[in-house]
Design a protein around this ligand. Structure first.
Ligand SMILES: [Fe+2]
Length: 236
């Protein structure tokens, strides 16, 4: 199964969207150049570098000696094709801010504190039915550059299929967050249904199963659809 998205509706945001400030730098200004076949984009993947994906790499709350600050969440879902079939062996990498809205990233302006027990990066591989699962904390909202926006709580997702050129990037938001309606990044997605497909839903039925003592967590579910009418919007 190819991960290359071929939406039948205009679900993806444009490469250039001025309110999404970073697109002014990363959107192409010249004609695109086609890379020759037989090199990078036909390299088989996923490629994991020196360290294979471990079963615990999907738990962002156990990467340090202590427990991180913040509301625990279990975020689960499936990677699906246009017919609702699960897509196995997809490498999913996530990165996020901590419970104060701070990234472990030199580019972060540093208004908010770091958490010594939280790095904010994790990964896993979908199982035979396309399922994925992460244990993490709910990231806080954070202010954007120069007061231009206040970003809702979100987690960045990267998906790799069988080819390295088939990387997809998107963001997962959380149901009921009032900042979503004011966020220029999610609102770069032109289709209202597409925006809704970027929002994880609270799973009341599963939440009790994920709770108890120090491991209490809220459960959220979010499926990622690679193509078709229900495609999940991806960033260019
Ligand atoms: Fe972010």
């Amino acid at each position: 199964m190819s991960l290359v998205s071929t939406p039948v509706v205009d679900a993806n945001p444009p490469y250039f969207f001025p309110d999404y400030v970073i697109t002014t730098k990363r959107s192409p200004r010249r004609r695109l150049v086609e890379l020759p076949h037989g090199w990078f984009h036909t390299m088989p993947g996923p490629v994991f570098g020196q360290i294979a994906v471990r079963a615990t790499d999907n738990d962002l709350t156990i990467q340090h000696p202590g427990a991180p600050q913040g509301q625990r969440i279990h975020l689960t879902g499936r990677v699906l094709d246009s017919d609702g079939r699960g897509v196995p062996n997809t490498l999913i990498e996530i990165w996020q801010a901590n419970a104060a809205g701070r990234y472990v990233d030199p580019a972060d302006p540093g208004f908010m504190p770091l958490d010594p027990n939280f790095t904010g990066a994790g990964r896993c591989i979908t199982d035979n039915d396309g399922n994925y699962r992460f244990v993490t904390i709910r990231p806080a909202a954070y202010a954007g550059p120069k007061g231009t926006m206040f970003r809702p709580s979100h987690i960045h997702f990267s998906l790799f299929g069988r080819g390295l050129s088939e990387r997809l990037i998107t963001q997962c938001y959380f149901d009921g967050d009032p900042l979503i309606d004011h966020d220029p990044i999610i609102n770069a997605v032109p289709d209202p249904d597409g925006r809704r497909r970027l929002v994880a839903t609270f799973d009341h039925e599963t939440t009790p199963l994920t709770s108890g003592g120090d491991t209490s967590a809220l459960a959220y579910t979010w499926d990622i659809v690679l193509r078709g009418r229900g495609v999940t919007p991806m960033e260019g």
